[in-house]
Structure formats: structure tokens, C-alpha cells
Ligand binder design. Structure first.
Ligand code: SF4
Ligand code: SF4
Length: 133
């Protein structure tokens, strides 16, 4: 089975649970952690590459634990035409990939720091953040 990339989002009630350990132990999955981020409120985002015959069972286990699972998009990018530099996204981007450059107050996007969590897609009022699968 070829590796599959997914993104997991979980709340603080799950951050202490051994979900990765259980994926390996109970579902025999090979896991490559591509990116991980836990904010001060203990809400987390994990980008994983999973390989194994019990992939579907592993995903069902994650969902049963309250983890939100979605396939990983290849890339997030910003439309320079649509972006108004309003700055809304810079407050919610968990990794600082979107940030305000001072003193020009121009919003910058550093794709190297982007974990493709897609939060900015939901919050941008001008639909300037887009995703490529
Ligand atoms: S929220 Fe959207 S329009 Fe505002 S700065 Fe971010 S990408 Fe640009
Ligand atoms: S998808 Fe958007 S909010 Fe998430 S890390 Fe990338 S730029 Fe930041």
C-alpha cells in the first residue's frame, strides 16, 4: 500500500492520549511525522504519512477518539490579487507562516512554515487563500 498523507486536528482533551502509539501498536502502521504543532491551549495539528494494510481501521480509530482527519492537500497558496492585507489570517495561523511585516503592514506568506492546516482558508474574508490537491 502506498503512503497516504493526512492532517489531524485535535483538542486539548486528546493531546495527552497515546494516539500515535496506538496507531503503531494496534494497526501496524508505519508513521512518518511530517509536521507537528501544539499551541499554548494544547490544541494540536499533526501532518502524517501513514503506510500499512490497516490504514482504514487506523483512521476509524482516530475518528472514534475525536480526532478530525482529512487528506493532506499538496499546497496552500495565496492569491495576490484577492489579498487585501487585512491581517485577519496572521492572528490564527498556528505556525507564523502568515505574518505581518512591519512597518509596512504588508501580510507575508512563508510557505516553508505552512503545515497545510487550512485554517486560513476558512477565515479569510476575501477567499485569498487557496489549496491545491
Ligand atoms: S485574511 Fe485573506 S485578505 Fe486578509 S491578509 Fe490574510 S490572506 Fe490576505
Ligand atoms: S494553511 Fe494557512 S493557517 Fe495553516 S499553517 Fe498554512 S498559512 Fe498558516
Amino acid at each position: 500500500m502506498s503512503p497516504k498523507k493526512i492532517i489531524l486536528r485535535f483538542g486539548k482533551d486528546i493531546s495527552d492520549k497515546p494516539i500515535i502509539y496506538n496507531l503503531v501498536k494496534n494497526y501496524d502502521l508505519v508513521i512518518n511525522i511530517i509536521k507537528a504543532n501544539v499551541n499554548p491551549k494544547k490544541e494540536g495539528t499533526l501532518v502524517l504519512e501513514l503506510t500499512g494494510e490497516k490504514y482504514n481501521e487506523g483512521i476509524e480509530y482516530l475518528k472514534s477518539q475525536g480526532v478530525r482527519v482529512q487528506p493532506l492537500a499538496e499546497e496552500v497558496f495565496r492569491s495576490e490579487d484577492k489579498c487585501t492585507n487585512c491581517g485577519v489570517c496572521t492572528d490564527i495561523c498556528p505556525t507564523g507562516a502568515l505574518y505581518m511585516k512591519r512597518p509596512s503592514m504588508e501580510v507575508m506568506f512563508n510557505s516553508d512554515n505552512c503545515i497545510v492546516c487550512q485554517i486560513c482558508l476558512q477565515i479569510c474574508p476575501y477567499k485569498a487563500m487557496e489549496v491545491r490537491f
